[in-house]
Design a protein around this ligand. Structure first.
Ligand code: CS2
Ligand code: MG
Length: 402
């Protein structure tokens, strides 16, 4: 029986910070897991390096399910983004190893593909409606069949999701940038620019929008109702979801589809949202929701309640977790859509992924395992560079949800 002989935490910053776990077995097979938690990367690196890695050495890499429960229940302290991102990295690396040992892509270990291409969405944005419309046209020219639209809001310079460089990266400051938020300004602007998108491009592509946790349930219900004629694919994170039952009010107010969950890290964060059908899409991701093993449980629960998948896939989720996401997305019957932000060219120098983009979809690698590698020599050339996500403040100066 092979055993785990090494587990190495690789912290690198090619374009942005990433944490990657490489597990190697006595058979010389190694697997990768993404352990990146934007703005708190070193917390996960330490959780792995100082507390988990000593537990892995000598254990059987084939016993993925046992390992998951050993790390989840064995820690005593449960749930939370740091713990579940660390467990996710171990879990994903073990699936990568299992695929390599079996000589099969991970999607075949998960029951085989239900679809070839994984529908993805791009991210159009603009500092004005005109800029947004130009960006929408660009993504349509690139072949995207689903596009998220975000534009700046006059009076709220900290509006979420407006790209200022080639790659969108919100964690750009050495200390948290404090961004002003105005719900009134946003509720005046967003319906107008989203309407302009439909008026200029019609309805032959999926249009998505991310509210980014900023509204009350009442405000979110009002916005959803105003957007109904635009036939959004989804309205994302309309209100913070710690109070899962607050989504009942949004659900009662509007038929605009609702997506939530990129900040979730266990099935218990979304159990009520799913079983009461308060949402249409669950956004939990491989890297932050306990790995392939746990995310598959969330997706299987969601299937029973007609909730589809829509995993998070911003550039702060590495090519390792995107590769893993595509393998899982390929197999689940209730797949909805996969978020895709092309990584920085520097990131692509360090991570060698073999998924391919074609006609608005991503195609996972058919190589054994996940089909992604990290060039550790290249990674060593990009030392960690602490960055923080912004902090939101209302116009009266009080802290708001960013
Ligand atoms: C966003 C993310 O992709 C999304 O839907 O919510 O850009 C999110 O803000 C970042 O991943 C946070 O690190
Ligand atoms: Mg989001």
């Amino acid at each position: 029986m092979a055993t785990i002989t090494q587990a190495k935490v690789i912290v690198t910053s090619p374009g942005r910070n990433f944490v990657t776990l490489r597990i190697t077995t006595s058979d010389g097979v190694s697997g990768l897991g993404d352990a990146t938690l934007n703005g708190r990367e070193l917390a996960v690196a330490s959780y792995l390096r100082d507390h988990v890695v000593p537990l892995l050495i000598g254990r059987d890499p084939a016993r993925i399910e046992d390992m998951w429960h050993y790390l989840y229940k064995g820690a005593y302290w449960r749930r939370g983004p740091v713990t579940m991102t660390a467990i996710a990295a171990v879990d994903t690396a073990l699936w990568d190893i299992k695929g390599k040992v079996a000589g099969m892509p991970v999607y075949d270990l998960l029951g085989g593909r239900a679809r070839d291409g994984v529908l993805v969405y791009g991210h159009a944005s603009g500092s004005s409606t005109a800029e947004l419309l130009d960006d929408i046209a660009r993504f349509r020219d690139l072949g995207y069949r689903a596009i998220r639209a975000q534009a700046a809001v006059p009076g709220a310079p900290g509006t979420y999701g407006v790209r200022h460089d080639a790659v969108y990266e919100p964690a750009a400051a050495a200390l948290p940038e404090e961004q002003t938020w105005s719900t009134e300004a946003y509720l005046a602007a967003a319906p107008a620019y989203l309407t302009a998108v439909r008026e200029n491009f019609g309805f032959d592509f999926h249009l998505l929008h991310d509210v980014h946790h900023r509204l009350t349930p009442t405000e979110a219900g009002h916005l959803g109702r105003r957007l109904e004629d635009l036939r959004l694919f989804w309205m994302e994170d309309p209100t913070p979801a710690e109070l899962q039952e607050s989504y009942r009010q949004i659900r009662q107010a509007t038929t605009t589809p609702i997506a939530v969950g990129e900040v979730f890290n266990t099935i218990w964060d979304c159990q009520q949202l799913i079983t009461e059908r308060l949402i249409d899409y669950i956004r939990a991701s491989v890297v932050h929701a306990g790995g392939i093993t746990h995310l598959r449980r969330i997706f299987n629960l969601a299937e029973l309640y007609h909730v589809r998948t829509g995993s998070h896939g911003a550039t702060d989720l590495s090519p390792v977790s995107l590769s893993a996401a595509l393998h899982l997305d390929s197999t689940v019957p209730n797949f909805g859509i996969q978020e895709y932000m092309e990584h920085d060219p520097l990131t692509q120098q360090v991570f060698r992924a073999s998924y391919a983009f074609r006609e608005g979809a991503l195609y996972p690698s058919s190589a054994p395992g996940l089909g992604v590698e990290i060039d550790e020599e290249a990674a060593s050339r990009f030392p960690y560079d602490r960055k923080y996500l912004p902090v939101g403040r209302r116009t009266d100066g009080s802290v708001h949800d960013w």
